[in-house]
Design a protein around this ligand. Structure first.
Ligand code: FE2
Length: 367
């Protein structure tokens, strides 16, 4: 148990010293903005005031000890609130380090396999499954009943299905007149799905119902690992792919979808936040002429990294297997489907934020 051992009120900021030696500085306006008092927040946690209601010159007027809390009085508005020490301790610290685990072909030795029956019945097993989804961006569920549409039950066990022009879910099998190359026996190079949508689907589920064919092995590649390698090996190419957006497009008789996006998107801290890569639906580049040669070089470099065998995890999805990927990170593909045997999968998309919400609620219930 870490205690607050001292504070130092400088008016516009407050220094906090903890029993483990950690020292934090929090600002008066930040404290006032986060007041937990009933005047400032509804019982549901939502704020009851506008930022423009707060005075720019807000300072901490006085500080006193409460029971497991710090009572703070502000000037000039005279507002008072009790700040929970646990809340101060967790929110004054820098954001926690990322929990992402990057992987390559070695993941095949420790596949993130989870059982359908247990994740559906047991909160602890469901938690372990969703932790793997969050940190690895890929999991394999086994023992999923081979009933058509069961993948919807799986998606709804943690969140919401993202319906598209392909329907609530779609079939992946050989089709004599395919509108999409997924419905042929051709191999498919690794890609993220539906880059022509904005927003792009966060998760993809693929459930194998029939797998009598030869070949057709599934492949997944960690796009964040590939982007990290590109950044290390060729920083100029990495920078170009994070700076310029390109168009993606899909058209059929009744659909025309277009989105502009970067192949690699960074977050506000400069960390890799999204990879979008799809050789089939990337459209005609409309970059400035003087950028085009270097961009093509960067695009090719990234593709070469993504194709490295040491990044590929290959597995044979059989009946009852359902694999799920974070579609903003992990690319998926398949080798050529051979022979005359039947192969039938069903796919659907789901929202990633609803999965992460379910994970946080599970953590709340388990703590
Ligand atoms: Fe796909």
């Amino acid at each position: 148990m870490v205690d607050l051992v001292a504070w130092d009120n400088a008016g516009d900021r407050l220094g906090l010293s903890w029993s483990d030696g950690r020292c934090d500085t929090v600002h008066a306006l930040w404290l006032r903005d986060n007041s937990p008092s009933a005047e400032a927040r509804h019982a549901n946690g939502q704020k009851l005031f506008e930022i423009t209601d707060l005075d720019d010159t807000t300072v901490v007027e006085s500080v006193s000890n409460g029971v497991g809390s710090l009572r703070i009085r502000f000037a000039p508005d005279g507002h008072e609130a009790d700040f929970d020490l646990g809340w101060l301790r967790s929110h004054a610290a820098p954001p926690p380090a990322s929990t992402l685990r990057l992987w390559g072909a070695e993941l095949a030795d420790t596949m993130p396999v989870h059982g359908f029956d247990t994740v559906m019945a047991d909160a602890g097993a469901r938690h372990a499954w969703l932790i793997d989804m969050r940190d690895l961006g890929f999991t394999l569920l086994t023992g999923v009943p081979s009933e058509p549409g069961t993948l919807i039950d799986v998606a709804e066990s943690f969140g919401f299905v993202r319906e598209t022009n392909y329907g609530r879910f779609f079939e992946v099998r050989s089709d004599p007149e395919p509108i999409n190359l997924a419905n042929t026996g051709m191999g498919l190079s690794c890609h993220t799905d539906n880059p022509y949508r904005d927003p792009v689907p966060g998760l993809q589920l693929l459930h194998c119902l029939v797998g009598e064919n030869d070949g057709g092995d599934s492949v997944v590649v960690d796009g964040f690992k590939a982007a990290t390698l590109l950044r290390d090996e060729d920083g100029t190419s990495f920078d170009l792919l994070t700076r310029y957006a390109v168009p993606f497009r899909f058209a059929s008789a009744d659909t025309e979808l277009c989105a502009r996006a970067r192949l690699i998107t960074l977050d506000d801290r400069g960390e890799i936040a999204e990879v979008r890569f799809n050789n089939r639906s990337i459209s005609t580049f409309d970059l400035p002429a003087d950028v085009m040669p270097a961009f093509y070089r960067a695009y090719r470099r990234f593709a070469e990294v993504l194709q490295r065998p040491e990044l590929e995890v290959m597995f044979k999805a059989g009946p009852g297997d359902l694999f799920m990927v974070d579609n903003q990170r992990v690319l998926h593909g398949r080798k050529t489907v051979g022979g005359s045997g039947r192969r039938h999968l069903q796919g659907c998309y789901a929202d990633k934020d609803s999965m992460l919400s379910t994970l946080r609620v599970l953590e709340r219930q388990m703590s």
